[in-house]
Design a protein around this ligand. Structure first.
Ligand SMILES: Cc1cc2nc3c(=O)[nH]c(=O)nc-3n(C[C@H](O)[C@H](O)[C@H](O)COP(=O)(O)OP(=O)(O)OC[C@H]3O[C@@H](n4cnc5c(N)ncnc54)[C@H](O)[C@@H]3O)c2cc1C
Ligand code: FES
Length: 367
């Protein structure tokens, strides 16, 4: 039988790594958000934990560039996976994907990874909070609960700028209309002419939360959205004495720093390494494969040490989430503050994440 036909019996399952995938569908969700669906060249069952993400490896204008995107689909529909991407004004990758990625095109995806998921924190009552495109991980969780008929009481509160910005509006309404233990509430910052709105208006606040989920203190909360939105949610929860062990959030992070800027920035900072050496407690980082070394303060990451000597360790999330910047540490010790982007096995095998590892002493890195 031709390999292009799926066979549910002997299909391989997905595991963390690099996979070439092909775009099979492009869906316009809102005016500035598109969903891209992918299948693997060799059929794979895309099993992952709802909330996890992939890192795309792209080549744009001859330059290799990585960006992380949450898997917005659910592992309950495992023959393909999707990401939903919002156009960011001036953004390199989001606009490139919108303007260039079409059906039949292939690209490499790394993953799936991520600690922010609903499988590792099982609960009877789950409150999903999202703002803007931060809806993607919690939508994956909602789809999973819906498709698997999970015995979970779920409440989804989504905040958007205006009614026309609500991502997955009809699907959420449909899910809510089918099962009793799934409720959806939408909040719009403002109304726009031509788009009537009868739901909540403004920003999510304490009275709104108490009205929608009076017993939220007993719920497991998953939150994703813009930084100010998540800060506001945390503030509300702390004010009410919520046990933050039951609060989980995902940040889409700061814009990955362009490597060129990083090199310039650090070249300026280290204009005279000898002078710095006199002033501060520097350590040496040697990149063994490239035979390059640099002195840096202990407050700098291995990634920026590499940038100083013109080495480009691939980086996507810049926050220890995606695993893109994994390198082998041959000698020395680092303080690594990751967010789940590396496994214990890899750590034991001597790997570190360059973006969030700072030297404790002199280092030799395989790169
Ligand atoms: C774990 C994770 C999951 C994510 N999931 C999603 C998701 O599901 N959906 C989604 O849409 N996004 C998601 N993101 C965000 C995504 O990875 C990208 O950061 C986002 O698409 C923007 O990338 P970009 O290349 O378009 O923008 P960038 O080119 O990185 O630019 C972003 C912003 O910075 C500005 N900027 C860029 N360069 C400069 C400069 N030199 N000077 C001044 N300003 C500058 C741009 O104008 C723009 O406003 C996720 C991120 C992470 C870490
Ligand atoms: S760039 Fe994502 S873990 Fe370092």
């Amino acid at each position: 039988m031709s390999e292009k036909f799926l066979n549910p019996v002997n299909t391989q399952t997905w595991s963390n790594g690099r996979h070439v995938v092909s775009c099979t569908q492009v869906i316009q969700e809102t005016w500035d958000v598109r969903t891209f669906c992918f299948v693997a060249e060799q059929p794979i069952l895309f099993y992952f934990k709802p909330g996890q993400f992939v890192t795309l490896e792209l080549e744009i204008d001859g330059e290799k560039i990585m960006r992380s995107y949450t898997i917005s689909s659910s592992p309950s529909v495992p023959y393909s996976f999707s990401i939903s991407v919002k156009r960011i004004p001036g953004g390199k990758v989001s606009n490139w994907l919108h303007d260039n990625l079409g059906i039949g095109q292939t690209l490499a995806a790394h993953g799936p990874v991520g600690d922010f998921n609903s499988i590792d924190y099982p609960a009877d009552k789950v409150l999903l909070l999202s703002g803007g495109v931060g809806v993607t991980p919690v939508m994956s969780m909602a789809r999973w609960m819906f498709d698997t008929n999970a015995n979970v009481e779920a409440c989804f509160i989504h905040s958007a700028r205006t009614p026309k910005d609500i991502i997955y509006a009809r699907e959420l309404e449909h899910m809510c209309s089918r099962i009793a233990n799934f409720n959806v509430h939408m909040i719009c910052e403002r109304q726009e002419a031509g788009h009537p709105w009868t739901g909540y208006r403004g920003f999510l606040n304490r009275p709104m939360l108490e009205l929608i989920v009076p017993d939220f203190a007993e719920w497991e909360i998953f939150c994703c959205g813009p930084t100010p939105y998540m800060a506001a949610v945390r503030r509300i929860l702390r004010e009410t004495g919520f046990d933050m062990n039951h609060y989980h959030e995902e940040s889409f992070g700061a814009t990955p720093v362009d490597i060129v800027e990083e090199v310039i920035e650090h070249a300026e900072a280290a204009a005279d390494a000898d002078a710095l050496l006199e002033q501060s407690d520097l350590v040496s980082v040697n990149f063994a494969d490239s035979d390059k070394s640099v002195w840096i303060p202990r407050t700098e990451t291995v990634h920026s040490a590499a940038a100083r000597v013109g080495l480009h360790i691939p980086k996507a999330c810049g926050m220890g989430l995606c695993g893109t910047c994994k390198v082998a540490l041959k000698q020395g010790q680092v303080e690594m503050q990751h967010n789940g982007g590396i496994t214990e096995e890899d750590e034991e095998a001597g790997y570190i994440l360059a973006c969030c590892s700072k030297p404790v002493g002199n280092l030799v890195v395989e790169y």
